[in-house]
Ligand binder design. Structure first.
Ligand code: 2P0
Length: 324
């Protein structure tokens, strides 16, 4: 009983920041993302009655006991859904360096949800796969779909109304995303810990909640109407608000370094020079810059000139789940 699936990473335009239920990965707010063409995780899962435990091999190496425990916890849900108790061997490969500043948990759990359910004989649709992927890592629910995707937070306590759905196909509006690597050093505060600490201690978190729904609705409108200037200004402001909440947490923390600020300043200077480019930053120091395809080379060249930029990766909207 074997299946292989591939899912792509996504970047948040409107951020998922804070949970209302930790164990069910239910978010405090709606979020919006672009699935990227360039970076993906491919996962093969094989269930066998011969295995005494699950095995997880990540990029050809046996995973740590912490990662193994997360995978087993996830597969326990899949076993529970199928009524089978078999263990599995999971082989997962990222086509991007794990330390390159891209969230691998989103593509990782989306691919695992698809491959594991198919391998165990379940036939789930995308909505059910999105709900399942969410239980591995929140942002994974968005990587089930390609293009532009929303995650509706839902209201119910059991999470049955919290899943992602497509907003716009990638081919409907081709935007460019220049992903800027300023460091590959692992962050000291994980996004999971960071959002939890912020919800529990930051006096600025209520300001986030007061404004994020309006950001979400305006960004969605901008997407539907292909209004790049509006979309860009909203996503920048939303990212800055998310990062501002971390400064008010106890103890406070900050995901940026000085090179992050250099990239922000360069994007502002590009705009002063007439090139429409806008930044967003997830839970780390690396920056993603959105622009239109006609400007992508100019934007990339100007960012690569910055002394503290290590690399840039040019991405476009990418596909949803595929089975191999
Ligand atoms: C996002 N981030 O919307 C936001 C923006 C980081 C900043 O989703 O605890 O790895 O596994 O649900 O999904 C990163 O958090 O956290 C994230 P868990 P996840 O993309």
């Amino acid at each position: 009983m074997k299946a292989t699936a591939r899912a792509h990473t996504n970047i948040a335009l409107i951020k998922y920041w804070g949970k209302r239920d930790e164990s069910l990965f239910l978010p405090m707010n709606n979020s919006l993302s672009i699935t990227l063409d360039k970076f993906h995780t491919t996962t093969a899962v094989e269930f066998c009655p011969c295995l005494p435990v699950d095995l997880f091999i990540m990029n050809n190496q046996l995973a740590s006991s912490t990662e193994m425990a997360r995978i087993t916890h996830f597969l326990d849900r899949v076993r529970g859904m199928s009524g089978k108790s078999w263990h599995a061997v999971v082989h997962s490969t990222n086509n991007f360096p794990t330390a390159a500043g891209f969230a691998s948990s989103a593509s990782g759990y989306a691919a695992l949800a698809a491959a594991s359910t198919k391998a165990i004989g379940l036939d789930l649709g995308n909505k059910a796969l999105s709900q399942l992927a969410r239980l591995g890592s929140g942002s994974a629910c968005r990587s089930i779909y390609g293009g532009y995707v929303e995650w509706q937070k839902g209201e119910k306590n059991d999470g049955t109304d919290s899943f992602a759905k497509p907003v716009l196909e990638g081919g409907d509006w081709d935007l460019s995303i220049v992903s800027v690597l300023v460091t590959d050093t692992p962050k000291t505060v994980s996004s999971r810990e960071g959002m939890k600490r912020t919800v529990e201690t930051s006096p600025f978190y209520s300001g986030w909640l007061d404004s994020v729904e309006a950001d979400f609705l305006h960004a969605k409108e901008a997407l539907i109407h292909h209004d790049f200037e509006l979309l860009g200004s909203i996503i920048e402001s939303n990212a800055l608000k998310m990062h501002a909440t971390t400064l008010g947490a106890n103890p406070p923390f900050m995901y940026w370094n000085s090179a992050t600020l250099d990239v922000i300043k360069e994007v502002q200077s590009l705009r002063s020079g007439g090139i429409q480019a806008y930044f967003t930053i997830d839970a780390g120091p690396n920056v993603k810059v959105l622009c239109q395809p006609k400007d992508e080379q100019a934007v990339r060249e100007s960012l690569e000139k910055l002394p503290n930029v290590q690399n840039t990766y040019l991405c476009h909207p990418g596909p949803g789940l595929t089975y191999l």
